[in-house]
Design a protein around this ligand. Structure first.
Ligand code: ZN
Length: 208
């Protein structure tokens, strides 16, 4: 247990020495993790509510993004704790997520799923917000905190992919999506961080 505490403060100290405002960075990482968890939650509801021909094709995109956003959440959490941060209590989640975008999502969920365009526009805004947030985290950590930078950059790659999937759907419609792209939904960029996180947890358990 003692070793874990030393490791935590060392990570913080090293980054602090490099000139990163660690509290600000932790705040951004926590907000990003909460946003990923909220997205996963709303995509779960959305997936169930989407019916009809266009809805069915759209559901595949939602399912892939839902899986990858869950991975983003799980990859962020170990880094937050390594830096000495922690996740908020579940009752605080509402204050931290972007209420306006998710309220729009809830409203769109009531819309006829044979026309997913209004919903798609709201989802594109959500992804644009994520791209902006991870770009900021990359800018804060570039050359100063290699570990967080590599993680945020990997997530950023996948968020940009999500943006492309939505825009493809918006441009082409339901007909031409997903031909032979098995990697979608499997976090090709972030998966290595998930393994690292699991190994770390196992190492921690042995220490205790
Ligand atoms: Zn994500």
């Amino acid at each position: 247990m003692g070793n874990l505490i030393i490791n935590k403060s060392m990570a913080r100290e090293l980054i602090d020495k490099n000139g990163v405002d660690v509290d600000r960075l932790i705040e951004k990482l926590v907000n990003a993790a909460v946003a990923e968890l909220s997205n996963h939650y709303y995509y779960t509801i959305l997936r169930i509510r989407l019916l009809g021909a266009e809805g069915e094709a759209f559901k595949k995109i939602i399912e892939n993004i839902r899986n990858e956003d869950r991975n983003h959440f799980e990859a962020l959490v170990p880094r937050i704790y390594e830096l000495g941060g922690e996740l908020p209590d579940i009752t605080e989640l509402n204050c931290r997520r972007d209420g306006s975008l998710h309220n729009s999502l809830i409203n769109e969920l009531c819309v006829d799923s044979s026309n997913v365009r209004p919903l798609l526009e709201t989802l594109i805004k959500c992804v644009e917000r994520s791209v902006k947030d991870y770009t900021e985290i990359c800018n804060i950590t570039c050359g100063k905190d290699n570990r967080t930078y590599a993680l945020a950059f990997a997530i950023l790659h996948e968020e940009i992919q999500h943006q492309i999937w939505f825009l493809e759907f918006l441009g082409r419609g339901a007909g031409e999506i997903f031909v032979g792209d098995a990697r979608r939904g499997s976090s090709p960029f972030v998966s290595k961080f998930l393994q690292a996180g699991n190994n770390k947890l196992e190492a921690g358990q042995q220490l205790i």
